[in-house]
Design a protein around this ligand. Sequence first.
Ligand code: AMP
Length: 191
Amino acid sequence: MLNIVLFGPPGAGKGTQSQKLIEKYNLTHLSTGDMLRSEIAHQTELGIKAKTLMDAGLLVPDEVVIGMIDNQLVANKDAAGFIFDGFPRTVAQAQALDELLSGHLTSIHLMLALTVTEEELVKRLLIRGQSSGRADDQDEDKIRVRVTEYNTKTAQVASYYAEQGKYKAIEGIGEIESIFNELCAEIEAVK
Ligand code: AMP
């Protein structure tokens, strides 16, 4: 099995690179943001509660996203591996993920972190907001709240994996294809 955490702030290119990686390595894509947006679209109780926080650019509670990941690991028992996109976003989530994966007799092999400056992120997200329809991409203040959530709660997750020797940073600015090639080179090194 090959399990990868694709890490980075909102707008770093995680979604784009995930799509390319799942195709190349036959991995199952687990994006908590996509799962939450699907809950909202289906107007579930969970979705209705999460929407207020998401629209404000704030993180939803750990137990909500951990529960969704738990369900997906069970539902995809035969997967060749997973790409975790937008998860874990807190150290508590990272610890819970380790426990869940060990229950499935596997673990995280690599965290690939896309690094992008804040100004570039804001620029990209405002452009994405013109077509994504995402409320959290529409306004600069909300985008900055998301970047602050990332800096205060999520950035520490990188240290969690660095301590385990699993962290690799890749510059997320440049051609999509050349960033993809760098990500693949890191994956080949652990395969
Ligand atoms: P994303 O699509 O990954 O940018 O996520 C969009 C929003 O969903 C985030 O701003 C959070 O409000 C929420 N969200 C997604 N994943 C998580 C997570 N792992 N922990 C907490 N909140 C999350």
